[in-house]
Design a binder for this molecule. Structure first.
Ligand SMILES: [Zn+2]
Length: 328
């Protein structure tokens, strides 16, 4: 089943994979001050329905009082910087609320019943964790008015399922793709123990969530912004991110850390992140090979915390998108 290929592409581990992939379609930041201008740039440049981002050159001239009254030297300086510098600072949008009933997010359940991803310290398949948490996220989003939320459960072998996920998101004209996974460790770090009379494996060495994007996604900037929103919400809930992916011990599983405050990494070749034409993010919700964290991930309390954080991130994203681009 193309273990080497498929799994490596699907998640971080060939065997005990784990990546909660959440992929999002349009992202936003905790818009404060200067961020708003950046968001505006991104949304204006963002493709509609997954087309390649257009060059963000046609920017409206600055219309804020501040810019309009700038002294000449300042204006010259701005002109020298090009169109981007003319972008007005984040003025407060007239309508700041999105219409969640029209926002389409695909919540992708990582792996399949046939190709289940990682195995937990207590021998439960990652797919089971992914499905349970993704359902909780779906419920929470729908309860908040995101009626068009779609839970994406894919069947079959690993690698073909990846492309079916991307095709499904396209068919649904989704605005955002979020893939849900749970983390593990490379096989060389596994230790033995016995659980319920069965030889089992664990590693208590690492724990935490992580959020992933591909710099090769057609709308990387928006993917990154949504990833940062999700990661920010995870951190705000008191959770800590998995720091090990920058460490040499991870060997070829090392990946660049894009946001060292909140835990956003890039995994450029990951199929669902790279080939999606819409903003896409993958969330590794937590480690299920860590014995303590596995128990936490099973608890309804932890699932609610994560689902609540994801929902808050989607709301922030949607609000910002709505304010800048208008109705969907
Ligand atoms: Zn996985």
């Amino acid at each position: 089943m193309g273990k080497k290929f498929g799994w490596a592409s699907l998640s971080l581990w060939p065997r005990r994979c784990t990546i909660i992939a959440a992929i999002a379609a349009l992202a936003l930041l905790p818009i404060e001050g200067s961020n708003a201008g950046r968001l505006q740039e991104i949304f204006k440049g963002a493709p509609k329905h997954g087309k390649s981002p257009k060059h963000v050159a046609s920017r409206k001239p600055a219309k804020s009082a501040k810019h309009a009254t700038s002294p000449k030297p300042h204006a010259v300086k701005l002109a020298a910087l090009g169109p981007v510098a003319l972008n007005p600072p984040a003025s407060k949008p007239a309508a700041t609320m999105c219409d969640p009933s029209k926002f389409r997010i695909v919540v992708d359940v990582g792996h399949t019943a046939e190709s289940e991803g990682a195995t937990s310290a207590r021998n439960v398949a990652e797919f089971v964790f992914n499905l349970r948490l993704a359902r909780r996220i779906e419920e929470k989003l729908k309860a908040e008015g995101f009626a068009e939320t779609r839970l994406l459960v894919t069947a079959g072998k690993a690698r073909p399922s990846l492309f079916r996920r991307v095709a499904a998101a396209s068919d649904l004209h989704a605005n955002l793709f979020l893939s849900i996974h749970h983390d593990s460790v490379p096989d060389k770090l596994l230790e033995n123990w016995e659980f319920e009379g069965k030889k089992s494996h664990f590693s208590d060495r690492f724990s935490g969530y992580s959020v992933w994007v591909s710099r090769e996604n057609a709308d990387f900037k928006t993917s990154l912004l949504f990833a940062e929103l999700v990661a920010k919400e995870m951190k705000a809930q008191g959770l800590e991110y998995a720091h090990q992916y920058t460490q040499p011990i991870m060997g070829h599983y090392q990946h660049p850390l894009l946001n060292k405050e909140t835990g956003v990494y890039s995994y450029d070749q990951l199929v669902v992140l790279r080939t999606n034409r819409i903003p896409a993010v993958l969330l590794e919700a937590g480690s299920i090979i860590n014995r303590d964290e596995e128990l936490k991930m099973i608890s309804p309390e932890r699932q609610d915390i994560i689902a609540g954080g994801v929902t808050a991130a989607v709301k922030e994203f949607c609000d910002s998108r709505w304010a800048i681009l208008g109705p969907l």
